[in-house]
Structure formats: C-alpha cells, structure tokens
Design a protein around this ligand. Structure first.
Ligand SMILES: C[S@@+](CC[C@H](N)C(=O)[O-])C[C@H]1O[C@@H](n2cnc3c(N)ncnc32)[C@H](O)[C@@H]1O
Length: 236
C-alpha cells in the first residue's frame, strides 16, 4: 500500500520553511542537547528487556525519531536505518556509525525503507499537529515486515496539578498569558513541544495495515506516563 498522506511539514518543506519540530529539535541538538531521560538508565533497560524478550534476534531495525542513539548505548544492530528530523544529530550519527543508514526527514514523509522491526520511541508525544502524527503512524506500518514498537504516553501528564502549575508558570514567563490560563485549567499540551493524545484512538492507522496490537506493557514504578505498544503483522 502506498501512503499518500502529505503532511503539513512536507508542505512547509516545499514552501522552504522549517516545521515546528524541526526548529525545536535542530536548536536543541545544535546547542549540545541530548535525546532525553527515556533513552538512558533504568527505563532504557526496561524497554530493552521487553523488546529483546519479544523479538528474539535483534537484527534488522528501522528507528523512527532515532535521536542521538543513546537508547542503543552506541551498539547498533547489524542492519539499521535511523530517521530523524534534526540534521545536526544525523550528521553526528553518520560520523560515528558509517556502517548504518541515516535519513534526515520528517517522519511523516514516506521513505522507501523496510525493517523486520520498526521502533518509534519517545517521539509521538512531541508531535504537535494531528496530520503529522497520523502520517507517522501510517509510515510505521508501511516500513515494518513483522514488528512495530511504539513507546509513548498512555496517561496524560498535564492532568496532574503539579504539571499544570509548572507549564502555566513557564508560559507566563514567556508572556503567553492566554496559553498559561488554558494550561492552568487543564490541557493536553504544553503549547510548545509536547502533546498528549490517546494512542489507542490512532492505533487503527497501524492495525488497518494488517497488524494486531498484541500487547501494551508499562512499568509505572520506573516511568509513570508511558507504555510500550507492541504490534505484530498478521500472518498472510
Ligand atoms: C525524545 S527524542 C527520542 C530519541 C530516541 N527515539 C530515543 O528513544 O532515544 C525524540 C526524537 O524525535 C525526533 N523528532 C521529533 N519530531 C520528529 C519528526 N516529525 N520527524 C522525525 N523525527 C522527529 C527528534 O529530533 C528527537 O531526536
């Protein structure tokens, strides 16, 4: 099946303007930023234990929103394609891993890549617009020959009183009074680079391509908001 979704970010590209995600992440990595807390320590170990126990051989991956590869502790599998919107981080990855394939692209724009296992970890809650979000999920299904793993929020962190106050204060400091009032009242976004969506509502974009959602695993003792969604292609 060929994906015909044209994302707003693709429109941005054609118009020669950068998308919101590209601006944010390019600036973040160019300033020496890292991929984040989900890519290190106990939560990384937990994610790895789950993936390994499910797929058996760690052989052939497409990694969508690959970031700085700290998730891999710099040990890539034999066949690896990483896709990321930040040119800076992809240039660094290419230098360290000339044996792997890297693509600089908005993940909503379809690529001709394929892997037995497709990963999209800690990226979807950074997608602000719905069209891009839907395009990315469609592409995950397109790229995978067997497994799709998505780690994203399954609880809305902005429902929490403490987070609401934190986000509202941040927005006030930026002079964004209206957004700050909305954040204080409770919202599904920080109005900057994080948005909560109920992932289950969008999972059909993958299951309608011949996959089953076989498991949803979480480990609240290590990480309160996220879950690992596991899709497997149904045998034909
Ligand atoms: C929090 S980091 C996670 C990196 C990696 N998946 C991990 O778990 O360590 C999110 C990554 O998604 C990338 N990203 C954000 N929006 C993107 C988009 N629309 N297309 C491709 N990559 C994107 C960012 O550049 C960043 O590297």
């Amino acid at each position: 099946m060929i994906s015909l979704i044209i994302s707003s970010s693709e429109v941005d590209r054609v118009k020669g303007t950068a998308s919101r995600e590209e601006n944010y992440w390019e600036g973040h990595y160019a300033a020496g930023g890292v991929s984040g807390e989900g890519s290190v320590g106990a939560i990384r170990q937990w994610k790895w234990d789950q993936i390994r126990s499910i797929v058996g051989e760690v052989d052939d991956f497409v990694d969508v929103g690959c970031g700085d590869l700290s998730f891999w502790d710099d040990r890539l599998p034999p066949v690896y394609t990483g896709i990321d919107i930040s040119e800076t981080i992809v240039a660094k990855n290419r230098e360290r891993h000339p044996e792997a394939t890297f693509i600089v692209a908005n993940a909503a724009v379809p690529q001709t890549v394929s892997g037995r296992i497709v990963l999209c970890m800690d990226m979807l809650f950074h997608i602000m617009d719905d069209e891009t979000y839907r395009g990315i999920l469609t592409n995950l299904g397109q790229y995978s020959r067997e497994w799709v793993f998505v780690y994203t929020w399954h609880n809305n962190p902005f429902e929490d009183q403490h987070s609401r106050r934190y986000v509202a204060r941040k927005l006030i400091r930026k002079g964004r009074i209206f957004s700050s009032i909305k954040a204080r009242a409770g919202s599904a976004t920080d109005f900057d680079y994080q948005t909560y969506r109920r992932f289950e509502d969008y999972a059909p974009l993958i299951t309608d391509q011949g996959f089953s959602l076989v498991e949803t695993r979480s480990e609240p003792a290590i990480e309160r908001w996220g879950a690992l969604y596991v899709f497997r292609r149904e045998s034909r």
